[in-house]
Design a binder for this molecule. Structure first.
Ligand SMILES: Cc1ncc(COP(=O)(O)O)c(C=O)c1O
Length: 400
């Protein structure tokens, strides 16, 4: 492909790409591990690789090799036939989670849609269709997923899919109040990501499990952002000692290749009979081979253990920042899913970091979020955190 300079790239976007994203004036063209290079040759430390997708860093060589091998053999075949890598991947996901069955798709929103649809189909005979989700949640941008998302800002101008209600996160009493005989499911993120890195409490998750069991309600864990070891367990629900009935995955599952999965306990999964749901690209050989390679690398390189050690280092540094700067209220997170909450908008901190070649994120207005690769080298991590520290010093001094 032709090498384009930034002005040419921006010109293409101005003329031909719909402006639904607020884009920063940078075009990244190459990545390796926790570093990424822009079209002008500048190198950045990437503490948010692929918006949470590239949990092994950019272009992990084993994922690249698996993709090359599969691409040269068969890129796509449809679900009219059996697809070997899809079967192998489904087994891997099942074995590492709660022994369910998988429906493969292409994104987080699609996985969420599949979970919502299956919950409703499964509970249709009981006349149940309502779903309870959490305030500050985020479940994706398609019509069902956005209706499930408990943030008013995302609902503007979009008529809702009926049947959703929202309760405050970590408020079991509110769930009990909101539930009735028509409730089929409760869905939550064990750690809310876009909502500002909020951790579900042990009491809430175990209480929810018991409440759902007692009332014939399905419990869905949206692990699109928390899955694949990012929190220090394969899946974040595993921190709580209880299992959901369904789980959604995407983001890190394919190390940056588009893939999603909806996993359901076998007795629930049975309701998705032929003709009820489908996806042309879902579970294609290329994406599944990337996901299989992702599992293999995490296992062979013991990355969940590495993630736990990296997490200790990150939170050591973030907690120092909490002590050092009064504008930082708190450091929160699990594993390498981390955020600091400021007492003011985080946009200037984000901008300062980007200007100084460190890529992170600001979410929910005041939360500076980092989702680094599990295998981020200590040097790259510290380089990035040094710049964050500098940005906070400047923000505290009113210089940015
Ligand atoms: C918890 C959660 N669910 C669903 C989604 C939607 O995923 P996608 O953007 O792949 O559709 C996201 C995306 O950020 C997410 O964080």
């Amino acid at each position: 492909m032709q090498q384009l300079g930034f002005d040419e790239i921006k010109g293409l976007f101005d003329s031909y790409v719909i402006g639904n994203y607020g884009r920063m004036p940078v075009a990244f063209v190459r990545g390796e591990g926790s570093y990424i290079w822009d079209s002008e040759g500048n190198r950045y430390v990437d503490l948010m690789p692929g918006w949470g997708t590239s949990l092994l860093g950019h272009c992990h060589p084993k994922v690249v090799t698996a993709l090359q091998r599969q691409a040269s053999m068969l890129i796509h075949v449809d679900n009219t036939f059996y697809i070997p890598p899809q079967g192998l991947l489904a087994r891997k996901i099942s074995e590492r989670s709660f022994g369910g069955k998988c429906f493969l798709c292409n994104s987080g929103a699609e996985a969420v849609e599949a979970a919502l649809k299956l919950a409703r189909i499964h509970k249709e005979v009981e006349g149940r269709y309502k779903v309870i989700t959490m305030r500050s949640s985020f479940h994706g941008r398609t019509m069902g997923a956005i209706s499930a998302t408990g943030q008013d800002a995302y609902h503007r101008g979009v008529p809702h899919v009926p049947g959703f209600s929202y309760v405050p996160f970590n408020d079991l009493e509110a769930v009990k109040q909101a539930a009735d005989d028509e409730t089929c499911a409760v869905m939550l993120e064990p750690v809310q990501g876009e909502g500002g890195i909020n951790l579900a409490t042990e009491e809430f998750v175990t209480g929810l499990r018991s409440f759902c069991d007692e009332n014939g309600i399905l419990l869905i864990a949206d692990e699109v952002q928390t899955g694949m070891g990012r929190t220090g367990h394969w899946f974040a629900y595993q921190h709580y000692g209880v299992e959901p009935d369904m789980m959604t995955l995407a983001k890190a599952l394919g190390s940056g290749v588009a893939i999603g999965a909806m996993v359901a306990k076998a007795e629930v999964a049975e309701s998705l009979v032929p003709g009820t749901h489908a996806s042309t690209f879902g579970g294609n050989p290329l994406a599944c081979s990337a996901a299989l390679a992702t599992f293999q690398v995490i296992e062979q390189e013991d990355l969940i253990e590495v993630c736990r050690r990296t997490s200790e280092h990150i939170f050591g540094r973030l907690n120092q920042m909490v002590k050092k700067y009064s504008i930082v209220k708190e450091a929160r997170g699990r594993g390498v899913m981390c955020g600091i909450e400021l007492n003011r908008p985080g946009a200037p901190v984000f901008q300062y970091c980007l200007d100084n070649r460190v890529r992170l994120n600001c979410t929910h207005e005041t939360v500076v979020r980092i989702l680094p690769a599990m295998n981020v080298p200590r040097q790259a991590l510290d380089e990035g955190l040094d710049v964050l520290d500098e940005a906070l010093a400047k923000a505290q001094a009113g210089e940015i």
